[in-house]
Design a protein around this ligand. Sequence first.
Ligand code: OXD
Length: 309
Amino acid sequence: MELAIVAPHEDGAAWSVALRRELPELDVRLWPEVGDPAAIDAAFVWRHPHGALAAFPNLRAIFSLGAGVDGILADPLLPRAVPLVRMLDPGLATLMAEYVLGAALRHHCDLDHYERLQRVARWERRLRPYLRDRRVGVMGLGELGRAAACTLAAAGFDCSGWARTEKSITGVRCYAGEAGLDAFAARSEILVCLLPLTAQTRGLLDARLFARLPRGSYVINAARGAHLVVADLLAALDSGQLAGATLDVFASEPLPSDDPLWSHPLVLLTPHAASITPVDTAARLVADNLRRLGRGEPMRGVVDPARGY
Ligand code: OXD
C-alpha cells in the first residue's frame, strides 16, 4: 500500500518514520515527491495545497493529521467520493483539555489581571470566588469539547456544555441547539469554543452572543479563527462586556505581525499550539485504519460530509 504525506508545513520525515514503525510494509511518499500518482492508495494531509489530492486517481482514503477537517473540505478540487477520516487521537483531546483548563484557571485566579498590574508595579488585591462557584461553558461537545468539559468539571469548575444536538455527560449540564443557547450563554462566565467549523458555526462568537454572557465574561477560542468576529470581540473588550480572551486560532495563520491582537492588553495569544497531534499515537491510529482499509473493513472516524465533521 502507498501513502502520500501531503503536509508541507509538518515534519513529514518524522511522520514517515512513525507510520513505518507501525506498518513496516507501508510505502510512504512525501509530497511532492510521490512517484506515480496512480499508485497512491491513501493520503495523510494537513494544510495541503488545494488541488494536490485531485492528482491521485486511485485514492481510497484521506486521513487528516489534525482534529478539524474544515481546511481539507474547503479544497474545491477535493475528491469528494473518497472517505475523509478525522484524527481521533485521544492524546489530542487530553492536550486540548489541559490547555483549556490552564487558560480557565489563569483567568479564574486573576493571573491575567495581576500580570497587567505587575507591568505597572501596582499592588492591589482582588477577591475571587471558589472554583466551584465559577461557571464555565464549553461550546462543542465532540471529542475535544467533551474532554475539556470533563476536565474542567473534574477540576471543580461548575461546568456546562452546548452542542447542536442533545448530549449527556456526567457532571456537565448540557444544553442543545438554538433553543438552549440563551440559557447556556447566560451562565457562562468563561466561554470556551471547541466547535467544528461549519456554515452554522462560522461567526457564532459575535456581538449577539457576547451580549448574552454575564458582564465581565472571558472567552477562550481554541477551535477556529472563523468562529470569532474579531471586531465584535474588540468592541466587547472595550466596553467591559468581556474581561479578556485567550485565542489560539486566527482567520489568517500565522497571525500577521502587525495584527492589533498581538498587543491587546486583554488578550493572550498562542500560535495554534493548544493541542498538537502527538506523532506516535496518531501514527498508530492511521496504521490501524490503513489495515482496516486493506481488509475492506470500515475505518474509524470517517467524516459525514453532510455534517462537515
Ligand atoms: C486542528 C489541529 O484541527 O491542530 O486545528 O489539530
